[in-house]
Design a protein around this ligand. Sequence first.
Ligand code: ZN
Ligand code: ZN
Length: 246
Amino acid sequence: MSKRTRFLRELFAPMQFRCVCCGKDVFDETGFCEQCKKDVAYNNGKTCKRCGVAIEGEEDYCGNCAFDKIYFDRAYSPFCYEGVIRDVILAMKFNNLGGNAAVLARYLVYVAQREHLVYDAVTYAPMSRASYKKRGYNQARLLAEEFCAILNNTDLLAECIVKVRDTEPQEKLSRAERKTNLTGSYRIHPAADVKGKRVLVIDDVKTTGATLNECAKALKRAGAAEVIALTVASRRENFDYEKSQE
Ligand SMILES: [Zn+2]
Ligand SMILES: [Zn+2]
């Protein structure tokens, strides 16, 4: 058995846990019970070559990447942001379900291995100080911590990207507003040395990609050589996101 095969077997070893969607006790390797598993949208079809969202048709790039200035070099997500995956992420975000981060981080590691991602530092999308105080934790940081813990040869660059001002929650804005809402709201902590480094940025979800794009912009300005974004889920191109929220 190759080292990689053994690693993947261990990564997805069956274990006793509660289904991340419904909480039912299961013994499984996926993190989902049989019922919820049916509704999991894996992002394993055709994806945009730049930002990794699920796309259809002939083009290599999604509408965003074809027209916008994108600062990250590549982005990947194991899941599409819909159905049970959306519920799991929202639960992690708003109901303090850190256990979900442990399961979901295994999928991030899986993608990082599958895509042979090479990076010098791992960090995460930050929250503003006020939001952090209110929630008490940052789910992106939890994911990044779990990610580094599984790989145990990777150090987390904590407090690297700083959100300097509070912004309207992205999910409450129109598509156009989302693109400008975050402009200039991220900077790199002076103590974080990213110069010449390939930085992996972890976040829970990528919808328009505006958050990750602003983070990547700040990293590039601070001298990062490459920025790779890794999120649990991303929106599918042309998926009626607004409608699915109702
Ligand atoms: Zn379930
Ligand atoms: Zn794209």
